[in-house]
Design a protein around this ligand. Structure first.
Ligand SMILES: Nc1nc2c(ncn2[C@@H]2O[C@H](COP(=O)(O)OP(=O)(O)OP(=O)(O)O)[C@@H](O)[C@H]2O)c(=O)[nH]1
Ligand SMILES: [Mg+2]
Length: 678
């Protein structure tokens, strides 16, 4: 997590210091900050557009990569006002402080699944100006950007060309120096005039009291010192950007005002506060570095949901301006000026969502991944008998109960649909094609049984894990061919992967081989460890096993002798006998065992993680119970390993902390020792 406010001085010392909103904690360490990932390769950009286009064609507005700008709001100006009351003609200054600008925060939320709800530019609200009667201006509205869990956030810095930046910087600095110089001359002049006036007034009062007032020379104004026009101009411009004046206030020769101005200009010169940008000449300022070593581009990997009360600060809102009571001093009883608010900041971000399911389903198009997800969870991805039905990842939760059954979170235990065959999703939604109009909600409610389903016998939840159905992989997806990386990025995060192959296809072994090759190639392209993705494969689901069962053969046999077409169908069906299915399955098992052993020997896979093979029929939900048991065992092992890894990391971090502290302590002792010996 990030610091929520930069530790930056307000424009001027102020009796009411700016405080962040109390609901946000500022204590979280900035643990996820890394250097920019090396692989944000520009060649992915056109294909990203292609993936989004294809999704839109299918009527989906899923967006998993997005470039956006976040801008925080400007702080409101302080108010310049004086209290007015009956019988009190000249009340004290009563301008309220301005409102702070709105900040922009980031929150990884499990309630969003993609980035389609985000506009390209996100702005925090501007703070309102302070009013009279000590009324503070309204704070600018904070904005919380919600992104899915699993989003990677990278800051993109587009620095202006070196010469431009240097030229603007030089010009700004020169104008500041001129303004400072002009202010210094005018301040010295005003202070001298003030001193002269005090002395003259004293003499005149004395003469009026004790002698002849005519002895005192009349008051004479001294001509102003010549200051070059451009310096006066620079001072006047900066004054407009820094202060709000009371209408028709004469502050030109006012020593107290000039002194305040001098303080502020000195702070600008020493870079304690930022230069104001009244003309938005440089558009918006980049996010300020919180500390010197903190000026690396932001990189966040949001693998866990962010606590709601601790959103991550992206850009802080502008500081509020101070009202004129802040400048009340013994000498200046009616300050006729207030400061303007600080500018907001801007940051350009590149967001990339990488899904974080625990078990990812990987397979060629049409293998039945979506059908399998529908069979195991209550998620309802589209199912159809053509390739690339699924274009973005779908998540589902599988719950295992103590009585050995399983269900998705919404599935009712008594629901009969748990055993129904999963049919393909109709191309056109039913309510467009249905002859009779769709029943109203009231009618549907009336049709429902009046009594609630009987509660299931006592059972408790044993395990709950998430499954991700991913779009189908094609050959050369790792080279970003087709919609390659747009699909592959979503399997990078799954703790365990499972291949789904169509057992009825001519070459299921070839399918496994193709998937392995793609994963290995993608891992290489992404600079992952060798075998990183292949090593995560835990099993193979041999789907569509129902196509090998007797009824089909029997159905085909019925058609025998009814013509040539039927002969062809009969031949195809003959290939799909249970014996053929068993032969294919055992060939697949042998092949997978060989692959597994090979990966163990290459050091990519642990010996205790051989790849299992489970034949299922996702469509008919047959043998899925055995599959769930396998998946549950895998998830349990992975969770144990993750917990162990976290423990080891925590221990290492603690060791490192002790080492650094010890070194500091020993270093301190050594230097003390040497100084005492001297
Ligand atoms: N007979 C039979 N058909 C199945 C089975 N599983 C899936 N199918 C059919 O296979 C076709 C493709 O299923 P999908 O679940 O859409 O396949 P997919 O792998 O998600 O495909 P993509 O999303 O395009 O990658 C559909 O027509 C399903 O009805 C099964 O176990 N048996
Ligand atoms: Mg699918």
């Amino acid at each position: 997590m990030l610091l929520l406010r930069p530790t930056r001085a307000p424009l001027l010392p102020c009796s009411t210091p700016f405080r962040p909103r109390p609901s946000y904690s500022t204590s979280s360490p900035r643990c996820l900050l890394h250097q920019l990932e090396p692989d944000s390769s520009p060649h992915q950009q056109p294909l990203k557009g292609k993936a989004d286009w294809k999704r839109r064609q299918e009527g989906s507005n899923f967006i998993d990569t997005l470039n956006l700008s976040v801008l925080s709001g400007r702080g409101g100006a302080g108010g310049v006002a004086f209290h007015r009351e009956k019988f009190k003609a000249r009340g004290p200054p009563s301008g309220g402080p301005g409102g702070a600008g709105g900040s922009v925060y980031l929150l990884a939320s499990p309630t969003v699944t993609n980035l389609s709800h985000l506009p390209r530019t996100i702005r925090g609200g501007a703070g309102a100006s302070g009013g009279g009667s000590w009324l503070a201006g309204r704070r600018g509205d904070d904005v919380v950007v919600r992104v899915p869990v699993g989003t990677i956030v990278r800051e993109v810095r587009r620095e202006p060309k070196d010469e431009d930046a240097a030229e603007i910087e030089r010009q700004e600095r020169e104008e500041l120096e001129w303004a400072y110089e002009a202010n210094r001359v005018r301040l010295a002049e005003a202070e001298a005039r003030d001193a002269r006036w005090t002395a003259w007034k004293k003499r005149r009062d004395k003469a009026e009291k004790f002698g002849n007032p005519d002895d005192v020379e009349p008051w004479e104004e001294v001509d102003e010192v010549e200051v070059p026009q451009e310096k006066l101009m620079a001072l006047s411009n900066l004054r407009k950007a820094l202060f709000v004046m009371y209408p028709q206030a004469e502050l030109e020769g006012h020593p107290h005002f000039l002194r305040t101005e001098h303080t502020l200009l000195s702070k600008l010169l020493s870079r304690e506060v930022d230069m104001p940008d009244p003309k938005m000449r440089r558009r918006r300022r980049r996010r300020r570095a919180r500390t010197d070593e903190d000026d690396t581009p932001l990189y966040l990997d949001l693998t866990k949901p962010t606590p709601l009360n601790e959103p991550i600060l992206l850009v802080a809102g502008g500081q509020p301006g101070l009202g004129n009571p802040s400048f009340l001093t013994h000498e200046d009883r009616s300050p006729k000026y207030a400061t303007r608010g600080g500018d907001g900041e801007m940051m350009r971000l590149e967001l990339e969502v990488k899904s974080t399911g625990e078990v990812g389903l990987v397979g060629l198009p049409n293998a039945g991944k979506s059908t399998l997800l529908r069979a195991l969870t209550s998620s309802t991805p589209r199912v159809a008998s053509y390739a690339f039905t699924t274009l973005n990842p779908h998540h589902g939760t599988c719950i295992l109960w103590s009585d050995g059954t399983f269900s998705g979170p919404r599935a009712s235990p008594s629901s009969s649909s748990a055993t129904d065959e999963i049919t393909d999703t109709p191309a056109t939604p039913e309510y467009f094609t249905a002859a009779s109009p769709r029943p109203s909600r009231a009618e549907r409610r009336a049709q429902q049984p009046s009594t609630a389903p009987a509660p299931a016998e006592e059972r408790s939840e044993v395990l709950r894990f998430t499954l991700t159905d991913n779009p189908g992989l094609v050959a050369s997806a790792s080279l970003n061919v087709g919609l390659g990386h747009a699909f592959l990025r979503h399997i990078e995060r799954c703790a365990a992967l499972v291949y789904v192959v169509d057992l009825s296809s001519p070459d299921p072994l070839g399918a496994v081989e193709a998937l392995r090759t793609e994963l290995a190639a993608y891992a290489r392209v992404k600079g992952l460890r060798e075998g990183e993705l292949e090593g995560r494969i835990r099993g193979v689901v041999a789907n569509k096993a129902d196509l090998f069962v007797a009824p089909r053969r029997a159905g085909a046999a019925e058609g025998e002798g009814e013509g040539e077409e039927d002969d062809a169908a009969g031949a195809a069906a003959a290939a799909e006998t249970p014996e053929a299915g068993r032969a294919k399955l055992s060939a697949l098992r042998d092949y997978v065992a060989r692959v597994s052993a090979d990966e163990v020997s290459r050091g990519v896979r642990r010996a205790e993680d051989p790849i299992w093979v489970v034949p299922v029929s996702a469509k008919r939900r047959e043998n899925v119970q055995a599959l769930v048991q396998r998946l549950a065992a895998t998830v349990r092992t992975e969770r144990e390993r993750a917990a162990q890894r976290e423990e080891i990391e925590a221990l290492e971090a603690e060791e490192e902390r002790l080492r650094v502290t010890g070194e500091r302590w020993l270093g301190g002792e050594a230097s003390n020792g040497s100084s005492s010996s001297e």
